[in-house]
Write a protein that binds this ligand. Structure first.
Ligand code: ADP
Ligand code: MG
Length: 270
């Protein structure tokens, strides 16, 4: 098996969708684990006060642990809060604690409030090939920080009725960020999640999303798979918990696609 190619320039990918439960965290954690177990160095930044990505990577994130909150609000260097995950040799995580819940409001009065994460990543000493930012289910200042820090946006879309609902609002926010705060941001990747082959509706959603987003949609679709839902309660990615499950194999395939096609698929400029 070929190792995954390393990008020539560090890829910073925000995983966002203001709808909750669409698979943002599951996608972040399992793509990161898949890349990191194939020779690529990866940092996951948990930007959701719930800290689900931290949990899933087996990282302690009780209140008071050095976390991304200290980076955004306390000017603590990112390097000081990053910890190694036991998942793979080069998988790291900047955990989120519940303190982050107050950050949306605390950030408002700060100078350069939209740029704090970007600056923290830019001054990070640790060398990684990928940074994934797991966004909260909202379009507030935390998500704006993620969009300003990233070069790429990955939107997980659940194969369900009203799948595209809300994505329009996210994309309008992306356009605002592109116009005023981060010209480099691109919607590079759409990943269809929780596909259930037994329903005809799921196929219609896949069809519709592919018509709408074209090349940006990864060829790999993530099936509904109970292993993906079970793994976090063991503090593991699905790739560690059950590496041969359909869920793990699909994230492995999606990660390979992401790595092999680089940061901008054909026709993805917008
Ligand atoms: P988000 O971060 O967008 O809120 P999550 O990744 O936390 O979404 O997923 C929501 C719930 O669905 C979680 O309980 C997760 O374990 C479960 N889940 C996510 N993807 C799948 C899947 N492909 N198959 C089965 N369960 C999934
Ligand atoms: Mg989440």
């Amino acid at each position: 098996r070929q190792p995954f190619p390393r990008p020539t320039r560090r890829r910073i990918i925000s995983v966002a969708n203001q709808k909750g439960g669409v698979g943002k965290t599951t996608t972040t954690v399992n793509l990161a684990a898949a890349l990191a177990s194939n020779g690529v160095r990866v940092l996951v930044i948990d930007l959701d006060p719930q800290g689900n990505a931290s949990t899933a990577l087996g990282i302690d994130h009780h209140s008071g642990v050095p976390s991304i909150y200290d980076v955004l609000l306390g000017n603590r260097p990112l390097d000081e809060v990053v910890v190694a995950s036991g998942e793979a040799p080069a998988l790291y995580c900047a955990p989120a604690t519940i303190d982050l819940a107050g950050a949306e409001i605390e950030l408002v009065s700060l100078v350069a409030r939209e740029n704090r994460l970007r600056r923290a990543i830019a001054s990070m000493q640790r060398e990684v090939d990928y940074v994934f930012i797991d966004c909260p289910p909202s379009l507030g200042l935390l998500t704006v920080n993620a969009l300003v820090a990233a070069r790429e946006l990955l939107i997980p879309i659940q194969c369900e009725y009203y799948a595209l609902e809300g994505v329009g609002m996210l994309l309008r926010n992306v356009e605002l960020v592109q116009a005023h705060l981060n010209q480099e941001l691109r919607l590079s990747t759409i990943l269809l999640t929780m596909y259930d082959s037994r329903t005809r509706l799921a196929d219609q959603v896949v069809q519709e999303v592919k018509e709408h987003f074209g090349e940006r949609v990864l060829g790999t679709t993530i099936p509904r798979n109970v292993r993906l839902a079970e793994a976090p309660s063991y503090g593991q990615s699905a790739l560690t918990y059950d590496p041969t499950s359909r869920g793990s194999l699909s994230y492995l395939a999606a990660a390979r696609e992401l790595a092999e096609r680089g940061w901008e698929p054909n026709g993805a400029a917008r």
